[in-house]
Design a protein around this ligand. Sequence first.
Ligand SMILES: [Zn+2]
Length: 103
Amino acid sequence: MPKRNEHRRNPEDVEITRFELLRIFDGDAAAVELFERNYFCGTCDTPNRRLVNYRVMVTKLNDIALQGTCNGCHTIAARYIETGEDPEKVKRIWAVLRERKKV
Ligand SMILES: [Zn+2]
């Protein structure tokens, strides 16, 4: 099956910034970087590849999807993070989303 060349967009997802993503991870840049390095590509297994130019989407389940490009093969790749299972992260997600609405 050929790989799609565009990410699926769910209209219910909310896009946030990488800065807000860092906030959800309580400033843990190493954790965020780990997600940028460990993702499903489906096309290549290039060593030291990275997820680049990605959008950060918060799903209805309070999970996070990083939707970007694999810099190993330049096709789309994504990383799903199940933050919805972590009450501390969910609290921070809500705080981020609340502040967005004020702007
Ligand atoms: Zn790749």
